[in-house]
Structures are given as C-alpha cells and as structure tokens.
Design a protein around this ligand. Structure first.
Ligand code: GLU
Length: 292
C-alpha cells in the first residue's frame, strides 16, 4: 500500500478557524490510523497583503494546544518561490503554459462583453501562442503565466466524501498560475506542493470543490499521480450560514480563552461530520484507531 500522507494547509490571514481545526483533526486522525502515516503542516502565505506572522503563530499555537502533532513542517510557500518558478519555466518550455499580456482593462472589457451576451465570463485564450502569431508584445507590461487548460473532455474524481464529481473542461478557462511579481496563485502552488510533498490524501473544505478540476488538470499536465480528495462540508452557524466571526464563534483560541479543554474541543469537532456509533467521548488514541 502506498504511504498515507495528509496535510493541513492554512492561509495565515487571521484567527484559526474551527473549520481548519476540524480538517486538521481528520487529517491527523487519518494519518495516525495507518502505520507509518504522516501528517504535514504547510503555511500558504502567498497572499502577501493579508498574511501576518501573528496569524502564523496562532496556527502553530493552535495546533500545539489541540495536540495535533505533525511530522513535517511548518513548510512556508514563500520559501519555495524558486521551486514554483522552476516548474513554470518547464511548463513554458513544454508549451503547457504561456505568457499572457492582457491588461486589467482589457480583461474587464472582455468580461463586460460576455456578461452583456449572457455568457459565463472566462478568459478567451487571446494570448495562446496560436492566437497571437505576429501580434507585437506590448511594451511595459509584465505578463502573467497561464496554464493551457484542455479544451475538451471531462474531469472526474471519486470524492471520498461526496462521491463522483465531474466538470466539463469547457467550463474552465486558462488559469493564471503565476502573477507578474513571480508569486504563484493558490491553485498552482497547492498542486506543486502536494506533488513535492507526496501528499496521498487531500482533505479540505468543500469550498474548494470548484478548484479541484483545475488542480487535477495540472496534476495530469505535470505527469503526476492524482491524489485522493475528501471535501468536508463547511461548518455552519445556528442560522445555517457559514460559521464566521460574526456568526457563532469561529476562532479556536477563543475557546481556550473561555476555558474549554482542548480534548473537549477535539472530541466535539471530530463528531461534527463523523462518528463512531454512539460513542460520545473518546480519547485521541481511540479517534486515530477508529477514523478510517
Ligand atoms: N490555503 C487553503 C485554505 O486555507 C488550503 C486549501 C487546501 O487544503 O488545498 O483554504
């Protein structure tokens, strides 16, 4: 059997969300369930405007408080910019990606035109090599790098939680994988990292289901094995809306401040979406044993 490797990959842009903690608990339990399973912590800090050291500390302290021990990491994406660049260069060379010089204004105009025609706004491939033969490269524009998404076919995966999910490639456009400043976008960095870190099971919030077909296309283009995906329904507040600062109490460390025991929080969160018969209280060792 192949090695089980899971990871939690939070973006350090605020408090540690209860949903992140629950995902981490499931990733931890799944890795610990198998002999030799590994659990990794990766900090997705490429959003330079919103990422803070304080938020990184909150995540690391939160993991410590909940006793979710990880085997590798924290790995910071901002430490891996050279690696993303290396993969981008390879993709450019192989024709898997291309430089796009479209300006913000141009893309905005395209979007408005498509909206007026009542078609779904999407990039039209104007800088795909075959579409710009002989067109001069505009001066003073730093290009972004786009992935050449397949034009036809269906992307399907068997989600470990949601079952089979499919998207048509005609619904996807050519994703920006690297911005002009050399910083990769989430969908690209996450794939390069999960390949390099040999992640076998990607467990994360269901808000990422729409990203998954794009990521699977990237795995395939890079000739990598596609991992298993398990998407978790988001945790909602009492009014059935997504749990947030304003709706319920979404911050892990606030529970510490209120005097909750970490064992109680782990126990409660584990049961939000999973269960072992009617067992209401269990140890972390039992959770690891039961969680499959
Ligand atoms: N940084 C992403 C998030 O916090 C990670 C998603 C993923 O696990 O792929 O939502």
């Amino acid at each position: 059997m192949k090695e089980i490797r899971t990871r939690i990959a939070p973006s350090p842009t605020g408090m540690m969300h209860l949903g992140t903690a629950r995902t981490a608990i499931y990733c931890w339990a799944y890795a610990r369930h198998f002999v030799g399973g590994k659990f990794l912590l990766r900090i997705e800090d490429t959003d330079q405007e919103r990422s803070t050291q304080e938020a990184v500390d909150v995540i690391i302290n939160g993991m410590k408080w909940l006793e979710l021990d990880y085997d590798e990491g924290p790995i910071y994406q901002m430490d891996r910019l050279n690696r993303y660049k290396e993969v981008v260069d390879m993709m450019l060379e192989k024709g898997l990606a291309y430089k796009c010089y479209a300006t913000k204004e141009e893309l905005e105009a395209l979007r408005e035109e498509q909206m007026a025609k009542k078609i779904k706004p999407r990039y039209d491939g104007r800088w795909r090599p075959e579409n710009c033969v002989g067109r001069p490269i505009p001066e003073g524009i730093t290009p972004v790098i786009r992935f050449r998404n397949p034009d036809t076919g269906t992307v399907t995966w068997n989600d470990m939680v949601y079952g089979p999910i499919s998207f048509e490639n005609t619904e996807l456009d050519d994703l920006v994988i690297m911005r002009g400043d050399g910083i990769p976008t989430y969908n690209f960095a996450v794939v390069v990292d999960d390949i390099d870190m040999k992640v076998s099971h990607v467990v994360r919030g269901a808000d990422h289901i729409n990203n998954t077909p794009r990521q699977i296309n990237l795995y395939k283009a890079l000739g990598a094995e596609v991992p298993e995906f398990a998407h978790l329904p988001l945790i909602n507040g009492p009014d059935n809306r997504k749990l947030s600062k304003r709706n319920g109490d979404a911050s892990v460390m606030d529970y510490e401040k209120k005097g909750y025991l970490p064992e109680a929080l782990v126990n409660y969160l584990a049961r939000l979406g999973w269960g072992h018969g009617n067992d209401e209280k269990f140890t972390k060792a039992q959770l690891a044993e039961w969680f499959d």
